[in-house]
Design a protein around this ligand. Structure first.
Ligand code: SF4
Ligand code: SF4
Length: 398
């Protein structure tokens, strides 16, 4: 959707009363009076209202029951929640004339392959967590990105190990099914980081992932290495929260650049205990309570046509602004790692070797509008189905 939001003169209703709503208003310079109100299913948000971080007035947060009382087609609906399909359907059911619905950020961004816009979005996200950028700083960032054409990566993920404490049946990376489970040598990780930063001006978020990154034996050395790298602004460790951390690791995590993202699938008490422990120590921790996933389906080739693959990649949205590094290569999508390991795809489309002096190749890689992995994945296709998050291979097989 390349339409300029300012072309609509309707009042806006934002579905999803959280930080994304705020980012949407910042990114598109939406005056507060343009927003009629917000909608959110969560009762606590309805009770609390919505407070903008940078000093806007409080707005009312309504329950979806409001759809029965208003003319849905008189508003422009901006949907900021993760899986907008159902909401769009719900709005369409109440439609009388023609409902205008837009998904933020995926559809509202004026140009999908505009990495600078995603980088700007990432700076706002950083600011929500760390409150380290003033409005003047954000304007300067904007200027650097759009006028000085600095090359900033919004988010990168880096696989440190394919070992994991879980064997999730629907792991998008296909960890349980890989041929080998091993740690990447720390020297190789350092080399990848050096190569990456030699090509860019900044990376806003680097996420260290696995498998389970807290199983990685040289995590302390890697953390020391990345926090010293000025071009990497924030480092997050993405974990399933099942590993007991040493006191040394806990003190290391207090570094201002570091945070921990915990995925809690509700299949064990360990993540809750893990999170409590980190919070006691005032470590920055974000928890994702995941009960359902999209199932990516099997690895087999679906033989989709190019238009279909491009549509799928576009809807999936993540690969436009985040790639994954693993053992000297940048992968178009995290699923490509498993598919490549298992021999389902070759290097041509989905892998880029990272060397020093390959900035143009990286830029081009981010601009690609499809990847081979999509032909081995059901996300964002009509075949997609939901599955239980964290369901284990063993329990399924037994
Ligand atoms: S915990 Fe994460 S990385 Fe490990 S198997 Fe499950 S989904 Fe994959
Ligand atoms: S394979 Fe395609 S649809 Fe599946 S997760 Fe990757 S980019 Fe998204």
């Amino acid at each position: 959707m390349n339409k300029n939001i300012m072309e609509y003169d309707k009042k806006i209703i934002i579905w999803g009363a959280d930080n994304r709503a705020h980012r949407f208003m910042m990114d598109y310079n939406i005056p507060e009076e343009r927003v009629a109100f917000l909608v959110d299913r969560k009762k606590e948000k309805q009770d609390a209202g919505f407070r903008y971080i940078l000093g806007c007035e409080k707005k009312e947060v309504c329950s979806p029951d409001i759809l029965n009382d208003i003319a849905v087609d008189e508003f422009l609906w901006v949907i900021t929640v993760g899986q907008p399909g159902e909401i769009i359907e719900e709005l369409q059911k109440s439609e009388r004339g023609g409902v205008n619905t837009f998904v933020y950020p995926s559809e509202l961004l004026p140009c999908r392959n505009n990495l600078a816009l995603y980088a700007m979005w990432a700076y706002h996200l950083e600011n929500e967590n760390r409150r380290n950028l003033s409005v003047a700083d954000l304007k300067e960032k904007y200027n650097e990105l759009f006028n000085n054409k600095k090359f900033v990566l919004p988010r990168m993920t880096m696989v440190l190990t394919t070992r994991c404490t879980y064997r999730c049946k629907e792991c998008i990376e296909m960890i349980p099914y890989l041929k080998k489970h091993e740690d990447v040598a720390k020297e190789e990780v350092f080399q990848d980081i050096d190569n990456l930063v030699s090509n860019i001006d900044e990376c806003v978020f680097l996420e260290l992932i696995g498998g389970e990154p807290f199983l990685y034996k040289d995590l302390d050395a890697v953390l020391e290495y990345v926090v010293k790298e000025d071009k990497i602004r924030n480092v997050a460790i993405v974990t399933n929260g099942t590993v007991t951390l040493s006191e040394d690791m806990i003190s290391m995590l207090k570094h201002e650049k570091l945070s921990v993202i915990v995925s809690d699938y509700g299949i064990s008490d360990k993540p809750r205990i893990f999170v409590d422990k980190l919070r006691e120590q005032e470590i920055c921790v974000n928890v994702l309570y995941e009960q359902e996933w999209f199932s990516a389906g099997g690895c087999e080739k679906r033989n989709r046509g190019m238009e279909e693959l491009k549509r799928q990649y576009d809807k999936c949205h993540a690969p436009w602004w985040c790639k994954t590094i693993y053992k000297g290569y940048m992968y178009a999508c995290i699923r490509s790692i498993g598919l490549y390991d298992l021999g389902y795809i070759d290097k041509k489309q989905d892998l880029l070797e990272i060397k020093s002096n390959c900035r143009e190749e990286i830029e081009e890689f981010f601009k690609r509008d499809w990847c081979d992995a999509c032909d081995h994945c059901d996300w964002y296709t009509e075949n997609h189905r939901y599955c239980r998050a964290g369901e284990q291979v063993n329990s399924f097989e037994s």
